[in-house]
Design a protein around this ligand. Structure first.
Ligand code: ARG
Length: 563
């Protein structure tokens, strides 16, 4: 909390240095009710060392405190409650925000250490699913939050671009494929081929064997197989990159599963040399009995390596390449067993840094009570969902603000922002309901609501032709502004906590609260009234726009100045 350091210092002096600062500052709390003050210190453990009642301690200390920052210090029920000097604090907080602008809340605690973030990671030749969208937006926000705290995030798209399915796909393409069709609509067409393969395979048993053969050829480096695989991959990526462009997201690495082809032998050798491989039903596995986990499959009977083998190779490669402090895997909860096994095997290999791997798990997206899935029949094409959201946002703009310049761009920012916000405002482990109509509302806890509040604040500044660069003393009592000021000054702490808990929803909730508090203020106070405080009120509005914009940007959402 801002000002807890100041409070601790004053306490330290009042206690005549009998207790050290680290026994003071960490215990300072924020009272649940505003009428209890802005900061509180519980005197209970202090009472023990001082051999006095907490009430008495609080009483004594409260009389010794005297600081221009604190308006009032109260002893109540063994607590010391501090009321900040609203006028002084309001001026300080606003000056800090206006000076630091988009750097307000940034810190250096990460010391440029690297955090690898495995995120998005869709599967080639398959549609980009809701799960992949969740991984993409959560991963993106974590990268932004960590960067804000001084870490160096590395965003890795671990593409699902290898596996027996490519043998099937090549088989299907050889039988029924059409180059033009694939080019025109890669994901749809490749998916159709894949589905057709399975339908036909029920009638024709030879197809499965053909699929295996093609995969074998692919693994052995056969030219034709490799060429087709490369082409499927490139076409799929073209489709995916349209989604990434809509979301305004890029990656530091696209090293997917295939990238580790030449690194698999090393993993298998390593496991072998440590005597960790055992045979089970003709496959090579690492037994994890002691860890109370099912065995981890390393190699199938035909010699093919598996998903887990690739993740082992990837973990080793990433440790060596990035020397990460933490490696996050932003992947749905269905894979939690996989990541437990991955860590357990690395541990068995003697790598202590296995503890730095974190499965940043998340719940599923539901529509009408059912999982939004991409299985046969009910394919939800994510790009279509995004486009629909953008179209609805556009309709709304046409209705409310038909003369808005660059409508297309704003519609994209709002339509996409709505989907991203809906995802990130919920704690990631919770399942989420998806209703385009609800998430696009301008009222309630939505992305458009926060964007709209920001745009409205911007329009106040435009109307007043406010020149943000001008320096001037802030002259506000802070009485009416106090709720907003409290949220502004708590914002840096929220960023830190969100980054530490890998939980962007804290930022989302914070800016919803801020938007609500500001709208309440705006309904009560005439900001543009010509009086001595007008300039100060504009400075206040400007600080609010800075923090709303910053909060949105940390979620990966853009903030149009007008909408
Ligand atoms: N491609 C996988 C899927 O769609 C997700 C990969 C997650 N990352 C990883 N390193 N395993 O299920």
């Amino acid at each position: 909390m801002m000002y807890s350091k100041e409070f601790a210092k004053v306490l330290y002096e009042a206690l005549e240095e009998r207790v050290t600062m680290d026994h003071l500052e960490p215990f300072i709390e924020k009272p649940k009710h505003l009428e209890r003050g802005d900061l509180a210190f519980p005197c209970f453990s202090l009472a023990k060392t001082e051999r006095k009642s907490p009430q008495l301690i609080a009483q004594e200390v409260s009389q010794k405190i005297n600081s221009p920052l604190f308006e009032k210090v109260e002893a109540a029920g063994g607590y010391l409650n501090v009321f900040l000097n609203k006028q002084e604090v309001t001026a300080q907080v606003l000056e800090e925000i206006l000076q630091k602008k988009q750097n307000f809340g940034a810190s250096n605690s990460g010391k440029r250490r690297t955090v690898a973030i495995d995120m998005s990671s869709p599967n080639i030749a398959k549609p980009f699913s809701m799960g992949h969208l969740r991984s993409t937006v959560i991963g993106q926000s974590l990268a932004l939050l960590l960067a804000q705290c001084g870490y160096k995030p590395v965003k890795i798209n671990h593409l699902g671009d290898w596996g027996t399915q490519f043998g099937k796909l090549i088989t299907a393409y050889k039988h029924w494929g059409n180059e033009e069709k694939v080019k025109a609509n890669p994901i749809k067409e490749l998916l159709a081929l894949y589905v057709k393969f399975h339908e036909e395979a029920e009638k024709n048993v030879r197809l499965e064997a053909e699929g295996r053969e093609w995969f074998k050829r692919l693994e052995d480096g056969d030219e034709e197989a490799a060429k087709l695989w490369k082409w499927f991959r490139a076409e799929s990526l073209k489709d995916f990159s349209r989604i990434y462009k809509l979301l305004n997201i890029d990656f530091d690495s696209y090293a997917g599963e295939a990238f580790y082809n030449d690194k698999m032998d090393h993993v298998v050798d390593l496991l072998e040399s440590r005597g960790l491989l055992t045979e089970s039903e003709q496959a090579q596995v690492v037994s994890l009995e002691e860890e109370d986990l099912p065995p981890c499959l390393i190699k199938k009977s035909d010699g093919a390596t598996l998903y887990a083998t690739r993740d082992l190779a990837a973990a080793l490669y990433r440790k060596e390449t990035y020397n990460f402090e933490k490696a996050l895997y932003v992947v749905g909860g269905e894979q939690s067993l996989h990541f437990k096994q991955l860590k357990a095997v690395l541990k068995k290999l003697g790598f202590d840094w296995a503890d730095d791997l974190v499965h940043v798990s998340f719940g599923m997206m539901r529509k009408d009570g059912k999982k939004m899935s991409t299985r046969k029949g009910q394919v939800v094409l994510l790009e279509e969902v995004l486009q629909e959201s953008i179209a609805l946002a556009k309709e709304n703009i046409e209705l409310k603000n038909p003369n808005l310049p660059n409508k297309e761009e704003v519609a994209r920012q709002v339509g996409v922002g709505a989907i991203v916000f809906n995802d990130l405002k919920n704690y990631r482990m919770n399942d989420i309901d998806f209703s385009l109509e609800d998430i696009l509302r301008f009222e309630g806890e939505t992305g458009p609501y926060v964007q709209y509040t920001h745009a409205r604040a911007c329009s106040i500044l435009r109307k007043a032709a406010w020149d943000g660069e001008k320096e001037m003393p802030i002259q506000l009592s802070g009485e009416q502004e106090w709720e907003v000021i409290g949220l502004l000054m708590a914002f840096p702490e929220t960023i830190k906590k969100a980054a530490a808990a890998f939980d962007p929803s804290r930022v989302a909730k914070h800016i919803i609260d801020l938007a609500q508090a500001f709208n309440k203020y705006y309904a009560e106070v005439k900001v543009l009234q010509e009086d001595e405080q007008k300039e100060s009120r504009l400075a206040f509005v400007s600080a609010v726009t800075q923090v709303l914009r910053k909060g949105l940007s940390l979620l990966g959402i853009e903030a149009p100045d007008e909408m």
